[in-house]
Structures are given as structure tokens and as C-alpha cells.
Design a protein around this ligand. Structure first.
Ligand code: CLF
Ligand code: SF4
Length: 301
């Protein structure tokens, strides 16, 4: 078995039989470069987190300290994940420093990163150089017009894009990024947020595209309306509708069925999040509330 296959087997998200293995999410990525209509940036990125959860942000040195403490106490810790609270690649310097620091102390641990994919073409090679072996991209549609309805805006290279143009840019970068990750031998998963009447009809097309690109599996979760977000009044899909979609798409590609929509600071196995033990603990270095990081957007064009 190759090292990568072994890492995938011991990754609790990529392998549902890997429930005895634990991951730690290090919340070093507060900023985001897009605005999803189902998101309220007071909280963690909804692409991998359950809505309404707010996580303290750690600086890289504090994240290393947290990792070393957790490693002492949590059995079978196999994965270090970066899943927000904003977008990992909108905070590349922070994640790069964090992963380099951790690598010095844990040469064999798996690095996993979750992103909206906008900056993947720029950073895919750098992720591979950092030793990241698993990447999740949230890709909600392969139709730029639908993308225009999902993303309120996309900030890219100093300009703000909206509507179909925003949908086009993010889709293009997600596809290019996934293609490059495959070339680099990185194991990929695509997350899809199911929004009733918005992208639900297009989800099988996303799954087909993911398969074509060599993605290992897709993870379809349902949008839960967040008060104050653009989609606050959009009806959430029922559990039955979600299960039906997963089962239909399971014919095309392997589906993740055991996602827990973790916090950006989750610790432990997927079934037993013990992050509360460390939350707001004194002496772990600088930790700030995410809203402090909400930088003013560039001027609209
Ligand atoms: Fe974290 Fe995501 Fe890596 Fe897993 S979570 S960055 S792939 S280590 Fe896993 Fe949590 Fe679901 Fe994510 S259960 S929300 S899929
Ligand atoms: Fe929110 Fe995540 Fe979308 Fe950014 S990518 S707007 S943090 S859901």
C-alpha cells in the first residue's frame, strides 16, 4: 500500500470505516474572498461547518501549540485540517506558516485543506509543496448563471465581480484548480451545498464533472437558512430530499454519507468532537474573534 493510500484509509472523512481516527481543525484562516448567499460572515464558513458556529482565530504559532497539546491527549490523531473559519486560500500566508511549523514536529501527519477554489490555480502547486495530500473544494454548480445566483460577489485580483461573471470566474478556477491537483497527485473531494430551486437540478452535473476530473467522492449537504443571510427565507431541503439526491448521485460517484459539518476548530473523531476542552482556554497565544478580520472589500466595478 502506498503512503497516500494509507493516509486516505486513516482519514476519517475519506473513509467511513476510519471512525476511530481523529482530526484537528486549526482555525487560522479568517478572511474570505467571496460572498455565498447562504453565509453570514459573523460565523464559520458554511461550506464545511454547520451554520451559526463562531470560532476563535489562532495565529500560526498558537495553532502549533494547540496541535502539540491535542496530540498528547487525543488518540489516533491522523489529520490536521484547515477549514476556515473563512477560506483557507484567502489566508495562504497563515496556512503556509502553520503547516510548515507543524511539519517540523509531525513529519508523517496528513495535511487536509478545504477551500471554495477561487485561488486554487494560484496555490495548488504550493499546497503540494507544503505536503498537503487531501483537498476539498466546495463547487455548488457547473453553470455560471446559477453561480451568479449563489455568489453575491467574488473578489478576484483586486476587482469585485457579480452575477454570471462571478459565477464564471469561480467555476473556471475551481475546474482548473481541481485539474492541477489531480496532476499533482492530491486526493480531492468536492463538497456541494444543496439549495432548493437554485442548484438542485444541477447537482448531478457537478458530480459528473467531479468524476471526469478524477475527484474521489462528493459530499452533498443541505443548505440550512441562516438569519441575516441573503437566503434566509429559502426553504431548506428535507432530509429525505437530501438522501434522494445522494442516492441518485451515488450511481455516478462515491458519496460521503457521514459528514458532520464540523466546526472550524473541531478536534477528535467525527462522532466525538472534544474541541470544547481547548476553546477559550488561556495561554494558547493570540486568539481573536473572526469579525475583527473582516477587511473592507475592494470597490465594486
Ligand atoms: Fe477537515 Fe474537511 Fe479535511 Fe475532513 S472535515 S478539512 S475533509 S479533515 Fe469531514 Fe467535517 Fe464533513 Fe468536512 S466531516 S465537515 S467533510
Ligand atoms: Fe462564507 Fe465559506 Fe462562502 Fe466564504 S466560502 S462566503 S466563508 S460560506
Amino acid at each position: 500500500m502506498s503512503d497516500l493510500e494509507e493516509k486516505t484509509l486513516k482519514h476519517p472523512c475519506y473513509n467511513c470505516a476510519g471512525h476511530k481516527y481523529a482530526r484537528i481543525h486549526l482555525a487560522v484562516a479568517p478572511k474570505c474572498n467571496i460572498s455565498c448567499n447562504y453565509c453570514l460572515r459573523k460565523y464559520d464558513c458554511v461550506n464545511e461547518s454547520r451554520p451559526g458556529v463562531t470560532t476563535e482565530v489562532l495565529e500560526p504559532e498558537a495553532a502549533l501549540e494547540r496541535f502539540l497539546e491535542v496530540r498528547e491527549k487525543v488518540d489516533n490523531l491522523t489529520v490536521v485540517g484547515i477549514a476556515g473559519p473563512g477560506d483557507a486560500l484567502a489566508n495562504f500566508d497563515k496556512i503556509s506558516r502553520t503547516l510548515k511549523l507543524i511539519r517540523e514536529y509531525a513529519p508523517g501527519i496528513t495535511f487536509c485543506v478545504s477551500t471554495n477554489g477561487l485561488m486554487l490555480p494560484k496555490y495548488a502547486d504550493s499546497l503540494a509543496a507544503l505536503g498537503v495530500t487531501h483537498v476539498t473544494v466546495t463547487m455548488n454548480t457547473v453553470n455560471p448563471e446559477i453561480g451568479g445566483k449563489i455568489y453575491r460577489y467574488v473578489d478576484y485580483e483586486g476587482r469585485r465581480y457579480t452575477g454570471t461573471e462571478a459565477g464564471q470566474i469561480i467555476l473556471h478556477n475551481q475546474l482548473e484548480g481541481l485539474k492541477r491537483l489531480q496532476e499533482l497527485g492530491i486526493v480531492c473531494k468536492v463538497n456541494i451545498i444543496m439549495m432548493k430551486g437554485i442548484n438542485d437540478k444541477d447537482i448531478p452535473n457537478v458530480v459528473k464533472k467531479a468524476k471526469e476530473l478524477g475527484v474521489m467522492m462528493t459530499n452533498i449537504t443541505r443548505m440550512i437558512p441562516v438569519e441575516g443571510s441573503v437566503f434566509e427565507n429559502l426553504e431548506a431541503p428535507t432530509c429525505e430530499e437530501l438522501q434522494q439526491m445522494r442516492s441518485d448521485c451515488g450511481i455516478i460517484l462515491k458519496q460521503m454519507m457521514h459528514c458532520r459539518q464540523c466546526r472550524a476548530d473541531a478536534v477528535g473523531t467525527l462522532d466525538n468532537d472534544v474541541s470544547h476542552i481547548w476553546r477559550k482556554k488561556e495561554g494558547l497565544g493570540e486568539a481573536r474573534i473572526i469579525s475583527e478580520y473582516m477587511s473592507p472589500p475592494p470597490a465594486a466595478n
